[in-house]
Design a protein around this ligand. Sequence first.
Ligand code: ADP
Ligand code: MG
Length: 346
Amino acid sequence: MTARLELRGVARRYGETVALHGVDLCVEAGEYCVLLGPSGCGKTTLLNILGGFVDPTAGAVLIGGRDMTRTPPEKRPTTTVFQDYALFPHMSLRDNVAFGLRMRGVGRGPRHARAEAMLDLVGLPGAGARRPAALSGGQRQRVALARALAVEPDVLLLDEPLGALDLNLRRAMQAELKAIQRRVGATFVHVTHDQEEAMAIADRIVVMNAGRIEDEGPPERVYRRPRTRFAAAFLGETTFLEAVARGGAFDTPLGPLALPHPAPEGARVTLSLRPEHVGVGDGLSLGRGEVIETVFQGVHRRVRCAMAAAPGVELLALLPVGADAQVGDVLDLTLDAPHVAVLTED
Ligand code: ADP
Ligand code: MG
């Protein structure tokens, strides 16, 4: 039905290339886990190690508490939806979806019933007799998902499943994927390089960079309190300020900032300021900034300001759309201090 995943020190090299450095990760049974990171960071390698298509050069893979490091794909309780999820063009959708069941020797009646039920689940009721060529990209993606779910995997592995879809359809399918996952209860591991997609869909986000996990946890925690600069920057816009803890405040290029965050005296940290926590209302003063760029974004106006106190330091702020901020205006910027993230990595 569903299974917990555990990776212990999983590494993979390709010749000189290290695709994964000893990765440790647990995904609870029934969780929707998203692997997020830039191209080449090792997401597909990690997914294929879970599915059994790639052997790790070191480490162990446990699925449902059992060591499956050397277990072939067909003996694992996993199904993979590959990035290129080719359907069989000459088969009906029903036969496409029932394919895995046929391989397992399930009789025609039950497997067709199951295929129709899966087509229902993905929003294609009654489409069993149609052929893939008659479908849009989004509909083909749904059939690939129905095909993967038909065999009732404990764990479903999806590699950039929405990558081929246009933006509106992507957003709609994200909500559906999550709803389907809730209904079937299986553990999902979904690879993407789209941070909005990751935040929209994940119970657990795993931020990867250059073969390592930079941070992992619930989307809100990772967004608000990222563990590393990479995770902070990959998950949305932010401005970094180098700072030193001194006398209960932080010395920064903009002067001392009295943030309500404890830090040992003398500690060197990086402050991460999200644009939505910088503005012109109440808050901790950041000093004056000259507007050098302004972008109307519908729900707010995003401005970039060059700070008078520190040449070279630019802050991003979100202002209400009604705010009249033109390039060249000077604003008294303020900070919603409790929301600043203090990063303590080297
Ligand atoms: P992602 O899915 O995040 O884009 P991959 O897991 O595909 O990243 O790749 C991680 C790294 O491993 C990249 O540097 C890639 O070039 C390398 N790599 C992946 N698969 C192979 C392979 N079969 N042979 C050689 N190098 C590979
Ligand atoms: Mg990939």
